[in-house]
Design a protein around this ligand. Structure first.
Ligand code: CMP
Length: 192
């Protein structure tokens, strides 16, 4: 009997920062996962505290929440037969140095904190975690943050475009200057 499940996966800030989003998604797909939903967002520390509430008594809780909210993340709903267990196997051990060859954390993880991905640890938690990020009632909470993130990105690209334009105008001016110089010095061309 088939046991199709859904689980929540997060590509954490260290992996997004290193542009590993595409490679990690490819690993999910080539291992039979369907990515049903996904969004790139940046969350507030207060949201990370809610998300990781189960760890609130742990000594690493504060750093963990600060880290998850430190940059953009990609949250995804993955689906496959026995997805929760399958995703945990594909991610590998929490600490990348203990993770097996071929797992995401072995391949991309930097440390126990910057371990590139998060995955739900049980079917019950998967439901809670999927709701946390994707429940329609909560949409505005993250849309606002996504909006801020998109705004920052747009500004970044606009600035980049303006710099490129200025650069190409400078190049055009230099070429023009060289042409004028050549026109004025036809004799030099003769000697070439
Ligand atoms: P994750 O699967 O997202 O769940 C909780 C995270 O806490 C875990 O990955 C680690 O990145 C982080 N963490 C930091 N220190 C520890 C630790 N000592 N034991 C377990 N998890 C830790």
């Amino acid at each position: 009997m088939s046991n199709i499940e859904q689980t929540l996966s997060i590509i954490k800030p260290d992996a997004v920062e290193r542009n590993l989003e595409g490679e990690i998604k490819e690993m999910f797909k080539s291992n039979g996962f369907q990515i049903l939903k996904e969004k790139k967002i940046q969350i507030e520390k207060s949201e990370a505290e809610k998300f990781y509430k189960v760890h609130e008594t742990k000594p690493f809780y504060n750093d963990l929440c600060e880290y998850l909210s430190s940059g953009p993340i990609v949250v995804m709903v993955l689906q496959k037969e026995n997805a929760v267990k399958g995703n945990r196997e594909l991610m590998g051990a929490t600490n990348p140095k203990d993770a097996e060859e071929g797992t995401i954390r072995k391949k991309y993880g930097i440390s126990i904190d910057k371990n590139s991905v998060h995955g739900s640890d049980s079917v019950d938690n998967a439901k809670i975690e999927i709701d946390f990020f994707f429940k329609p009632e909560y949409k505005n909470r993250f849309d606002q943050i996504s909006y801020e993130y998109r705004k920052k990105r747009r500004t970044h690209f606009k600035e980049k475009e303006a710099a490129q334009k200025a650069n190409s105008e400078r190049k055009k001016a230099i070429i023009e200057e060289i042409k004028n110089h050549i026109d004025k010095n036809q004799n030099i061309l003769f000697w070439w």
